[in-house]
Design a protein around this ligand. Structure first.
Ligand code: GDP
Ligand code: MN
Ligand code: MN
Length: 250
């Protein structure tokens, strides 16, 4: 088994609406069959124009109320409301469920790594985004790779943000160990490994959060895995979501 090689893709410019990210990446790195490309959602959204100027946003009554609660710009809060399918918690920060299933602080709306007065939304359909990037790279290079779209997210129970996968293509999100046996012959009954989040986490480490300028990371020699794509809990399974909804009226 070969060692995994992880390469941050350097030298990309500031991304603007209309930029062809797959072409820009393929100009800078030679991809091989089986490689996995992690791309920061921030640059994908900038390229596709999923951004907005705060000056163009008129806050609703609800946005004004939540902004007051959380001491935030009401226009920013309106952007968060617009990106949310459901607000699970209003305070001490807004926790949103997005239409594509992800649950994230402030609906993943960002104000960093973009011009002053602008916000960046998560891609509305990151699964489609990953599939499209994968196909575009296949057309440019003839190589079949996997793609993960990432975002930096907080998590429950622990301090510190990590990279999470919000879209993927070319493999399953989860590596399913159920039915496998451990070193002592015990059958594994519940172990499902969220591989796409593990890779996104390391990609996020290579990217950094501020002015590193590395929004894409290539992984080579990852062993293939099999499993399924049910990364998000269903509403009935998700105990944390249920408790938050019950205890944090919104
Ligand atoms: P997020 O995790 O998707 O919200 O994105 P971040 O704002 O944390 O950025 C992730 C990485 O991409 C960091 O290394 C940033 O410096 C870099 N980055 C963000 N925007 C750009 C851009 O337009 N061009 C380049 N070259 N790097 C960027
Ligand atoms: Mn982000
Ligand atoms: Mn980040």
């Amino acid at each position: 088994m070969e060692n995994i090689v992880v390469t941050g893709i350097r030298g990309l410019p500031l991304i603007r609406a209309g930029d062809n990210i797959p072409a820009m990446i393929c100009e800078r790195v030679k991809v091989e069959n089986g490689d996995i490309l992690s791309l920061a959602s921030t640059v994908y959204s900038k390229a596709k124009g999923f951004t907005k100027s705060l000056a163009d946003i008129t806050p609703s009554k609800r946005a004004l109320h939540l902004a007051e609660l959380n001491k935030e710009d009401p226009r920013f809060v309106q952007a968060v409301i617009d990106a949310s399918k459901d607000i699970i918690m209003e305070y001490p920060f807004i926790l949103s469920e997005l239409p594509f299933g992800h649950i994230g602080v402030r609906a993943g709306v960002d104000q960093s790594n973009i011009d002053d007065g602008m916000v960046i939304f998560l891609p509305p359909d990151p699964m489609h985004a990953a599939a499209q990037l994968r196909e575009e790279i296949r057309q440019l290079t003839g190589k079949k790779i996997g793609v993960i779209i990432t975002d930096t997210c907080g998590r429950s129970f622990r301090r510190g943000q990590t990279g999470h996968a919000i879209g993927w293509s070319g493999f399953t999100a989860i590596r399913d160990f159920r039915g496998d046996v451990d070193l002592f012959g015990h059958e594994l009954k519940i172990t499902e490994e969220a591989v796409v989040d593990e890779i996104a986490g390391f990609a996020n480490f290579v990217m950094g959060e501020s002015n590193n300028g590395v929004p894409a990371v290539l992984f080579r020699n990852c062993q293939p895995w099999t499993g399924h794509d049910d990364l998000y809990f269903s509403k009935t399974e998700d105990i944390t979501r249920k408790l938050l909804k019950e205890h944090c009226p919104s």
